[in-house]
Write a protein of this length. Structure first.
Lengths: 349, 168
């Protein structure tokens, strides 16, 4: 029986899930702080520095402020769906973390524990499935607001996400043709032994990166909540912590998609130049796993920083420019990339 | 009861109840949301049969793409009970009931006749649904129907482009 319950396995996975979820939440919390600091540095300001030393308690203050704000649910709106919207946004943001390999194996209490919640053999497709679910949080929330402007903002956001999913999927197909596996763990192990996938698929990575920016609704594609043109986009009617959930989901998405990009293209927890087998002999497997986790987080944080760097450097696209880029540039480019990859693989065989 | 059985019953109850709610709920938007839940329950069944690829593709294509378009259309048209004239004609309701009941009868009869009821379903153990095996079978044994269906998809895509171009 595959599903016969092993109590220790359940406890192990439960602990892993709680740790990963808590870590993502804390990291996303401090990503909001980092964003404000990065913006401040780029604009030659000091940034938040009042709450705690160097302002490091600022995210807590922001969270408390959101909790204490008055909660408004518009009349005539479906109350259940109105609450379901931000909850779905949060849920889909968190769910992707299940297939990411955060590090290699550790041995605790005589058990070999993989630092990954679930190693399923459809890993990438699972990520893709969850991403395609992300639209519902926005659409349901915008419709339940019972506000025309919210609905228009929601449609804008949803059509943007759908359009960029296509190019993203095809860029991934080219990557799958190179790696020959869908499991993220196998992919990372292959990259540890060989070269990083980035060097095999540079164009694929570029397309994927641009699509991730669009999927996360980040500048230059943050048309979904272009506050100076569109009121507030799909979350116009939201207030208090429900608004907080929508905004916070964006930061979780940023961190998780950085983690996905790192494991797909940049060797995951692989430490470059270092020979893992030697290092394991020297410091032991568990410490090696810790080093791996820090390496992984370091790479992921770089991409989170990239998100912020781009946001405070590049102005917003116009909506028709956005659609043209998605359908007339990225999609053909991804198709050509896939064809070339296929031809090269066939030639090398 | 084993875990598989418990999951099976949970998913089945969820699938049937939400499928009934698709028909029963007054608001079209709620109907679509229930339909999405039904798709998720069916994907759960696929996973119980170890057909992971089918499960995730069901979610990506049906729940993730087609249902979003349904939702788009329904939200934009703002359909609700007021804009829909109530069904007055009793004969149509009567005829619909008879047609539905006959379809159910045919389905039950067909299921009773099939040989597959004798073969037990391979829960958890079957490997056909895993992506490597499925891919190999699709590109060797079933390559002709596979290619035919891809041509069908292509023609549907071109058709959609042609229809949308005519409007402009």
């Amino acid at each position: 029986m595959l599903l016969s319950i092993d109590l220790f396995l359940v406890i192990e996975k439960l602990v892993l899930i709680i740790v990963v979820v808590m870590a993502s939440l804390v990291i996303a919390m401090y990503a909001t702080f980092a964003e404000r600091k990065v913006a401040a540095i780029m604009q030659d300001r000091i940034g938040p520095n009042r709450a705690g030393p160097f302002g490091i308690l600022q995210p807590l203050a922001d969270g408390l402020k959101l909790f204490f704000k008055e909660e408004i649910i518009p009349s005539f709106s479906s109350k259940f769906l109105f609450i379901l919207g931000p909850s779905l946004a949060m849920l889909t943001a968190m769910m992707t973390s299940a297939v990411i390999p955060w590090g290699d194996t550790v041995t605790l209490f005589g058990r070999e524990i993989h630092l990954q919640i679930a190693d399923i053999n459809i890993g990438i497709l699972y990520v893709f499935g969850v991403v395609s679910m992300g639209v519902y949080g926005i659409m349901i929330g915008s419709w339940a607001s019972n506000n025309k402007f919210s609905l228009m903002g929601g449609l804008r956001a949803a059509s943007q996400i759908i359009s960029y999913e296509l190019a993203m999927g095809i860029a991934l197909i080219a990557l799958l043709m190179v790696t020959g596996t869908l499991s993220l763990r196998t992919m990372v192990i292959d990259q540890t032994d060989g070269t990083w996938n980035f060097f095999k698929q540079p164009l694929g990575f570029l397309i994927f990166l641009i699509c991730v920016f669009a999927e996360c609704n980040r500048t230059p594609f943050d048309l979904a909540e272009a506050e100076n043109e569109l009121i507030g986009g799909y979350h116009t009617e939201y207030s208090s912590m429900k608004l907080g959930f929508y905004l916070f989901a964006e930061y979780i998405n940023m961190f998780i998609s950085s983690a996905v990009m790192v494991s797909l293209f940049f060797g995951g927890y692989d430490i470059p130049i270092l020979n893992d087998a030697h290092a394991v002999e020297k410091i032991g497997q568990n410490w090696m796993a810790v080093a791996h986790i820090f390496m992984f987080l370091g790479k992921a944080f770089f991409f989170v920083f990239l998100f912020m760097w781009v946001r405070w450097t590049i102005p917003r696209f116009r909506y028709d420019q956005l659609m043209n880029l998605g359908w007339k540039v990225l999609l053909p480019l991804a198709l050509i990339n896939m064809l070339i990859t296929g031809a090269v693989i066939l030639f090398l065989q | 009861m084993s875990v598989t059985q418990i999951l099976f019953w949970l998913l089945s109850v969820l699938a049937v109840c939400s499928a009934v709610m698709v028909v029963a709920s007054k608001s079209p938007v709620h109907s679509i949301l229930f339909l999405i839940i039904t798709f998720f329950a069916i994907s759960g069944h696929y996973i119980l049969l170890n057909a992971q690829f089918l499960a995730i593709v069901n979610i990506i294509v049906y729940a993730g793409a087609i249902m979003v378009l349904f939702l788009f259309v329904v939200m934009l048209m703002n359909l609700n009970a007021d804009s829909e004239p109530p069904q007055k004609n009793k004969y149509i309701l009567f005829g619909g009931t008879i047609a539905g009941a006959s379809l159910l009868l045919v389905l039950v009869a067909a299921l009773k006749q099939t040989v597959t009821t004798v073969q037990m379903v391979e829960t958890n153990t079957g490997n056909v649904g895993l992506i490597e095996n499925l891919g190999k079978i699709l590109f060797t044994d079933y390559v002709f129907p596979f290619e035919i269906s891809s041509v069908l998809f292509l023609s549907a895509m071109i058709g959609a482009v042609v229809i949308s171009k005519k409007e402009a």
